[in-house]
Design a protein around this ligand. Sequence first.
Ligand code: SF4
Length: 321
Amino acid sequence: MPDPILKLDAVTTNYLTLRGWVHAAENVNFEIERGEAMGLVGESGCGKTTIALSILKILPPGAKIRRGKILFDGKDLVPLSDDAMRKEIRWKGISIVFQGAMNAMNPVFKVGDQVVEAIRLHEPDVSKDDAIRRTEALFEMVGVESSRVSNYPHEFSGGMRQRALIAMALACNPKLLIADEPGTALDVIVQAQVLQLMRDLKEKLGLSMMMISHDLSIVAEVCEKLTIMYAGNVAEYGDVKSVFKEPLHPYTQGLMRAFPTIKGERQKLVSIPGQPPDLLNPPTGCRFHPRCPYAMDICKKENPQLKKQGSGEHYVACHLY
Ligand code: SF4
């Protein structure tokens, strides 16, 4: 029997603004098995980060999980208080590496001290000396010399900061690591090294991961499963091999055509026409219908639900299927 570490069941998170509710994530469903890495992919503003913040319940003021369940290790996080989330879930259960390695650290504290503080805040019984030793070991594990714990963030390169942030996220041995755009703002060489590190850590620690990215190639490098989001909805979901081999949703097909392939014949890159919708007033029916070349009458009226395709793990939300 599959035993997911994380299961989202019809999760709907909206932002209340002066102009009304922004429907940022609606009816989002997916699962991450233990030890598995899942990529969450889509254009900016499609709801990826909203989902990550919903899982950790660190949404900004005005945002609300209005429906659905977030089952982590079998327990629904939605009704949990902020206190319970802090004591039981954040850092120890689920940890996050925020996007923007250059800005995610406090510039006036030494990098090692920031990790030590995180350890002692969540595990008050750990002595300062033990926390320092753990931090040095974490630095070594992510490929940063342990002596660099006494450096300030401005003394680290972008790649080293990204590694230090990963070390910080692993400080309390989480079961699930969320990485929000881990390669953004890094040059391709450093990006490849960071992705290799994530793969190694996943293998070594048996970590489950959710990797948020707008870049399909990053997800293909690290993940076994893929969820494609469009305008707050899950468009397609399945194992990476099936989705790459046979993308079913017209939006996924459009994304694939917009990325260069390093195998097979050279192909002209084609962008998806139009713009993502305003989520204050999303289109009726399928939210992709104003941009979809296959849109039918039903697409304007009914929002398609995820349906299983074939015998493997492959689901698509589209009236064509
Ligand atoms: Fe296109 Fe209709 Fe499928 Fe939406 S449901 S992706 S509009 S064919």
